[in-house]
Design a protein around this ligand. Structure first.
Ligand SMILES: Nc1ncnc2c1ncn2[C@@H]1O[C@H](COP(=O)(O)OP(=O)(O)OP(=O)(O)O)[C@@H](O)[C@H]1O
Length: 348
């Protein structure tokens, strides 16, 4: 059974549609990430799932029960949903233990104590029960927030950019930790971010949003390797477009010669563009190849582990990264090669 089903959801703010005809499914124990640019409607979807807004179009089911459809609207407090937001949202005047116990209002004192101890152990903060939020680091506060959200065993967890206020140094450690905690509790989750790095690290499945719709859903690797549109290809990583003509199911004619695809894909159209990621492009000074493969270095940038070269080829300027130990000069003539890879072709 799916933990969450959204079918044909639409939502307007003051007559302006921000979500339209949106479908989403989250399987049991699955973490799905809604990924998309600022303003595309991610938080609005979380609000609709939580019941903070009521949609008049479409339906939402949580654990097999319709919570928002043509005839039904279940209020937020009856949806059994845990939430975690970017600004921690802990109660400053309550201790860590009392923050975690907050959602257990109707439980016995003994159960509360037992559950708080379990949660503190799970988030590795057993020694901090009596501290107050201001006595914790940002990462520790987020651990308390997840403990509080999970303490009353929610059917579904909603996370809205929970890592954006965390220092980049410790962010990915915290992401791995919170993922482990959620998986240990076997709870399904919807996670919202505009960072693809966070999405890759945290989720089982990605749903890329654009202009109020989900344009593609799949595992991070599926979406990265087989983006169904330019929007998804660009959102998941940098690259360059090359004008291309389809020759066969595995060969594409470009200004840099024939590019070979490792996966055969018959195309319905002949003219279009291929999207090439930097790690599929090789620069060298071998001087091999025809004119198609010669480029001139326009400038060079050091980016820490690599150099990025801006090169000119066939009236196009592109950026290509090269390993640290390969140093080329401005105006140097180089050979460029696009390595065989799974080619993404988009027709005109
Ligand atoms: N209460 C509101 N009244 C009117 N418009 C709103 C309201 N809340 C959000 N919007 C608009 O709806 C659109 C979607 O907003 P939403 O907050 O869902 O986007 P988001 O993808 O979560 O953005 P971000 O990544 O910046 O948080 C935006 O254009 C926003 O300006």
């Amino acid at each position: 059974m799916s933990s969450l089903i959204i079918q044909g959801l639409a939502y307007q703010y003051n007559g302006t549609e921000v979500i339209s005809d949106l479908d989403l499914q989250v399987a049991e124990d699955e973490i799905v990430c809604l990924l998309g640019a600022s303003g595309c409607g991610k938080t609005t979807i979380l609000k609709a799932i939580a019941g903070l807004i009521e949609s008049k179009q479409g339906r939402i089911s949580i654990n097999g029960l319709w919570v928002n459809n043509e005839t039904h609207f279940v209020p937020p407090e009856q949806r059994n949903i845990g939430m975690m937001f970017q600004d921690y949202a802990l109660f400053p005047h309550l201790s860590v233990a009392d923050n975690i116990a907050f959602g257990l209002l109707n439980s016995s004192k003994q159960y509360k104590q037992q559950r708080v101890a379990e949660m503190l152990e799970l988030v590795q903060l057993s020694g901090c029960a009596k501290r107050y939020p201001h006595q914790l680091s940002g990462g520790q506060q987020q651990r308390v927030a997840i403990a509080r959200a999970l303490a009353y065993k929610p059917s579904l967890l909603l996370l809205d950019e929970p890592f954006s206020n965390i220092d980049t140094q410790v962010r990915f450690e915290l992401i791995a930790d919170i993922r482990r905690i959620i998986k240990a509790q076997k709870v399904s989750a919807v996670f919202v971010t505009h960072s693809k790095e966070e999405a890759f690290a945290f989720s089982d499945s990605l749903a890329v949003m654009h202009q109020g719709k989900i344009v593609q859903q799949g595992t991070p690797k599926q979406l990265f390797t087989y983006p169904s549109s330019k929007v998804v290809a660009e959102f998941l990583g940098t690259g360059i477009y090359l004008t291309a003509k389809v020759l066969t199911a595995t060969e594409y004619q470009t200004a840099m010669g024939v590019v070979h695809s490792l996966v055969a894909k018959p195309q319905s159209s002949v003219d279009g563009q291929i999207y090439v990621r930097p790690h599929h492009i090789l620069l060298s000074q071998t001087g091999e190849g025809t004119a198609h493969h010669r480029v001139t270095v326009l400038n060079r940038r050091f980016v820490g582990t690599r150099y990025v070269y801006r090169v000119a080829i066939a009236e196009q300027e592109i950026e290509v990264a090269a390993e640290y130990d390969q140093l080329f000069d401005v105006n140097q003539l180089l050979t460029i090669k696009i390595m065989p890879h799974t080619v993404n072709f988009f027709s005109d």
